[in-house]
Design a binder for this molecule. Structure first.
Ligand SMILES: NC(=O)c1ccc[n+]([C@@H]2O[C@H](COP(=O)([O-])OP(=O)(O)OC[C@H]3O[C@@H](n4cnc5c(N)ncnc54)[C@H](OP(=O)(O)O)[C@@H]3O)[C@@H](O)[C@H]2O)c1
Length: 259
């Protein structure tokens, strides 16, 4: 693919980089010439992700990582430094899946998993990434939030709470670290076609799947779901020299859903 930006000599780490939006972001960084570490829990998925990368595959590493575990996150950032000598970009994209149910019906384990992955995980990753970036004079971090971090959807209350938390964490950290050369922002995707969305449709009849997309098409002003690549485009822009005055911003990428 034609590279939009020149990231040669730069190093990116992407959590949840083995599927969906994270994998599209990994490919976009590779297209720009960056070295990339992709992190996710499942080793087979990690291998599949590595195999799917086109172009300079030799500049990509996978590390099995659960972002809610401090030692995993430390190892992930250490790999960036040991393999590639620096860290320039952190994309904190991993989030827990959750049941679409009213607030009173959410299992406690699901509440804990969402908070541990989305919020604690994002904080752990940002902390390790910022510490590494400070050693080389700066970088850029993009946290993958959601339109649910700006507003809320019924049957997604804890998700909405964690994504609002991610936006708050981002804004505070952006103010704290911009003076030391680290720009921190979010992207807030709307309805994006990813394996996560596909899993939501497991068990649906073809008619129900059609009705799902027809409903989305009427609710999204753009008339369709978005692509992972359309979110990745926002992520790499926020890491590029084209966005040097964009700090603590929440970039909504949703086909107008939240407008
Ligand atoms: N798709 C949408 O419509 C949409 C809309 C708004 C926001 N988002 C946000 O976009 C991000 C990516 O979503 P997606 O739809 O691309 O999801 P996806 O296709 O399900 O991919 C999720 C990725 O995260 C990894 N992951 C999950 N839990 C993890 C953990 N504890 N530690 C490390 N990695 C973990 C998964 O690999 P393993 O399972 O192997 O760990 C996978 O690589 C999420 O933050 C989501 O909230 C998505």
């Amino acid at each position: 693919m034609k590279a939009r930006y020149d990231f040669s000599g730069k190093v990116a780490v992407i959590t949840g980089g083995t599927d969906g939006i994270g994998l599209a972001a990994a490919q976009a960084f590779v297209d720009g010439g960056a070295s990339v570490v992709i992190a996710g829990r499942n080793v087979e998925r990690g291998q599949r992700a590595l195999d799917s990368i086109t172009g300079a595959r030799e500049k990509v590493r996978f590390i099995s990582t659960d972002v809610s575990q401090p030692d995993n996150v430390t190892k992930m950032v250490d790999l960036c430094l040991s393999e590639f000598g620096r860290l320039d970009f952190g994309v904190n994209n991993a989030a827990a899946e959750f049941p679409l149910v009213p607030m009173t019906e959410i299992p406690l384990e699901s509440v804990d998993r969402s908070i541990d992955t989305d919020l604690r995980g994002t904080w752990l990753c940002m902390k390790a990434e910022i510490e590494a970036m400070l050693k080389t004079g700066g970088g850029a971090i993009v946290n993958v939030s959601s339109v649910n971090g700006m507003a809320a959807s019924p049957k997604a209350s804890i998700y909405s709470a964690t994504k609002h938390g991610v936006n708050g964490l981002t804004a505070a950290a952006a103010r704290e670290y911009i003076g030391q050369g680290i720009r921190i922002n979010t992207v807030c995707p709307g309805a994006i076609e990813t394996p996560r969305r596909q899993r939501r449709l497991t068990g649906f009849t073809p008619e129900q799947v059609e009705a799902h997309y027809a409903d989305l098409a009427t609710r999204v002003p753009a008339g369709r779901v978005g692509l992972s690549e359309e979110v990745a485009a926002g992520i790499v822009w926020l890491c590029s020299d084209e966005s040097t005055y964009v700090v603590g911003h929440h970039l909504v990428i949703d086909g107008g859903l939240n407008a």
